[in-house]
Ligand binder design. Structure first.
Ligand SMILES: [Mg+2]
Length: 274
């Protein structure tokens, strides 16, 4: 998929995320909008995961450790054909498999996530298994930056470098906000790149809401033979909607009718000027 088409996809996904959250009357708006360009490039450019190969082991793997941004995952999975779009209308309804965090009851979801700090450990295990089997597939995992306050993430990083897992690609959605405020005020992470490098990772950084930058950076994987890959993707929470951007309250907020219309108008304008 070319860069222009990927950009069009990102706008479409943002519309779908907002529609899901509006209809379900709940959802993680800011975090889904911050990571959607990453998921777009992963599923439409980088990873080899399709509805056809999903039940086989002959494919890449994706685990969304920041499970609360599930609306971004649903938007990409439905577009890939993992399930019909009508199923999204059941989001958050009684007995629906489409709940506010990923579960394996939804086709295309690799692992249940949402309890933060677990996805990376699971990804390390899968990547290690692939190495043992001599399979060349890769494991991609998306972490929130607030999630790095979970000590288990750093234990997993130690294991990843110990086992030289250069088939593991860790993406940190570095929007610099978490549920209660700025990461640097709640539990500071900086100097993040240096800390990750000290744990034995090969670290790259890029604008995580810029399609060309993401394509370019993912094309460089593996960053360094024998080291786990880490991409610090600098993003904006609420990216794409001016009044949601960099605003803590949009972590988990449903747009009003007026806000929804305003957001759609911004996305329509973005689409028309691509
Ligand atoms: Mg964050």
């Amino acid at each position: 998929m070319d860069v222009h088409t990927l950009k069009q996809q990102s706008v479409r996904y943002r519309k779908l995320i907002l529609r899901m959250i509006k209809q379900a009357k709940a959802g993680h708006t800011g975090g889904s909008l911050s990571c959607i360009d990453i998921l777009n490039v992963l599923y439409n450019h980088t990873m080899k995961i399709t509805p056809e190969n999903f039940t086989s082991s002959d494919r890449d793997h994706y685990i969304q450790s920041k499970g609360h941004a599930v609306e971004a995952l649903y938007a990409v999975l439905v577009d890939q054909g993992f399930f019909p779009e009508a199923e999204l209308e059941t989001l958050n309804q009684f007995q629906s498999h489409f709940v506010g965090h990923p579960t394996r009851k939804v086709n295309g979801v690799e692992h249940n996530t949402g309890a933060l700090g677990h996805g990376l450990s699971v990804s390390v295990g899968i990547a290690l298994g692939l190495k043992h089997k001599g399979q060349a597939h890769r494991v991609f995992t998306l972490l929130g930056d607030g999630e790095l306050a979970e000590g288990s993430s750093w234990e997993a990083l130690m294991s990843a470098s110990h086992y030289r897992l250069d088939n593991l690609v860790i993406i940190i959605d570095r929007n610099s906000l978490q549920i209660t405020g700025a990461t640097e005020e709640v539990m500071s992470l900086e100097p993040l790149a240096l800390r990750l490098a000290a744990f034995g990772c090969a670290v790259h950084e890029c604008d995580g809401n810029q399609i060309e930058a993401l394509v370019h950076t993912f094309d460089k994987v593996p960053f360094e033979i024998g080291k786990p890959n880490v991409l610090i993707a600098h993003t904006t929470k609420g990216s794409g909607i001016s009044f949601m951007e960099n605003t803590v309250k949009w972590h988990h907020k449903v747009p009003t009718d007026a806000e929804y219309e305003l957001a759609l108008a911004e996305l329509n304008h973005a689409e028309a000027t691509l």
